[in-house]
Structure formats: C-alpha cells, structure tokens
Design a protein around this ligand. Structure first.
Ligand code: DX5
Ligand code: ZN
Length: 216
C-alpha cells in the first residue's frame, strides 16, 4: 500500500482557513489531520469542535482527529458529529482503553491509539487487534515545528514487526517533525501515514510539498 499524507492544520494560517482547506482539497493529501489540545494533557490549547464543525461542509478529505486531551471518551459523540473518519486517543489518557476503542467504533469512526515518545510499543500487545491505527508521536505532543525524535524510526520498525507477526492490517501513522528526510526513513521502516504540519504550511508551495511527501 502506498503511504498516505495527512497535513496538520495546526500550522495553517488560521486567519484564512477557507483558503487553506481549499488548498488541501485540491492537493494530493489523503487526510486532514486535526489536533485538539486541552492545556491539561499537553501544555498548549489549540482549537475545538466549533472549528471542526465549521470545516465539515467544506473539507473533502477524511478528517483524522488527534485528541490531546484527558478523558477523551467523554467526547466521542462530539467527535462523531463532526463527521470525523478517524478518532485518535492517547494511550496515556485512557484508563479503560478497550472500552473506549469499542465506543469509538460503535459511533461509526475508525479507532486510533496514540503513543507518546516514551510509551513502549509492547503495551499494545493486548489491544492492537482491536484498533484500526496506531499513531506514534515522534515529538512530545503540544506544538508544531519541533525537532524529530530519531528513536521513532526504530519504534516504527518494531511496531511493523508486531503487526506483521500477528497478521493484522493495522495502520501506522507518525506525527511530529516529518519532512522529506525523516518521512522517507519512516516509510522505509513501515509507516503507512505521515502527518506533516510545519513542513507543509511553512513551505513556499504547500501543494507541491504534499506532492513531494507523497512521492517518497
Ligand atoms: C503536535 C501535533 C502535530 C503537529 C505536527 O502535538 O500532534 O500533529 O501539528 O507538527 P509538525 O509536523 O510541525 O511537527
Ligand atoms: Zn497530531
């Protein structure tokens, strides 16, 4: 399977979101990645459901929602109402992850489980068969434009090994510090989806940058 590209709206121009989403619609992007932060789980606050609901009628790419919040299970109906394709919750934020994953699927969405950089892959052994995607953080969540944590490449390879060993088709998404160099190494290690914020939106030609990431 050719890898997918999910530009992260966090680095877009918030004064001109319509233009940014039009660019995403026209581009080779596969998904639109949306980062929701609560100032508790991560030391930053981004945007929430009013923004996602405003995007809903105009965004033609599946919405990949990344919740960096405590108790994400409380917001499953709200996320589903935005028309989200994928709902990603953090492993570190879910006491009853199995129940939360089931509830996300019952609400009609794909279920993604996200790991912080320090959280080991082996903790997924007894849940991975139930999840549609694992989102590996390659920076500490909370901000765009941070430096890629090199260890993430090896982590992707180990997760790929676990998924293949179990005969699953779980997707691997990587988020943080993705550019042409890190992106290539992540895809070679077995990543299926690359999130890219700063690299796309700070480039002189974001549409071409998405194409370049897609061509890796
Ligand atoms: C960080 C967010 C990312 C962020 C990635 O907490 O989860 O999705 O937008 O940004 P870049 O690609 O700039 O590292
Ligand atoms: Zn994200």
């Amino acid at each position: 399977m050719k890898h997918l590209i999910a530009p992260s709206l966090l680095s877009a121009n918030f004064l001109d979101l319509r233009k940014e989403v039009e660019m995403i619609n026209k581009s080779d992007a596969d998904w639109l990645h949306l980062d929701i932060m609560d100032g508790v789980f991560v030391p930053n606050i981004s945007f929430g459901f009013p923004v996602l609901n405003a995007l809903k009628p105009m965004c033609r790419k599946p919405m990949d929602v990344h919740l960096m919040i405590v108790e994400p299970q409380k917001f499953i109906p709200e996320v589903a109402a935005t028309g989200a394709y994928m709902m990603n919750v953090h492993y570190e934020a879910c006491t009853h992850l199995h129940r939360t994953v089931a509830a996300i699927k019952e609400a009609g969405m794909k279920a993604g489980v996200t790991l912080n950089p320090h959280t080991p892959i082996c903790l997924l052994e007894d849940i991975i068969q139930d999840v549609d995607m694992v989102l590996l953080m390659s920076v500490n969540p909370g901000f765009g434009g941070q430096r890629f944590i090199e260890h993430s490449v090896e982590k992707v390879a180990r997760l790929r090994e676990m998924i293949d060993r179990k005969g699953l088709d779980t997707l691997i998404e990587v988020d943080g510090g993705v550019n042409l160099d890190t992106g290539k190494r992540l895809v070679d290690a077995g990543a299926n989806v690359l999130v890219a914020g700063n690299f796309v939106f700070s480039s002189p030609d974001p549409e071409q940058t998405i194409k370049d990431l897609k061509a890796l």
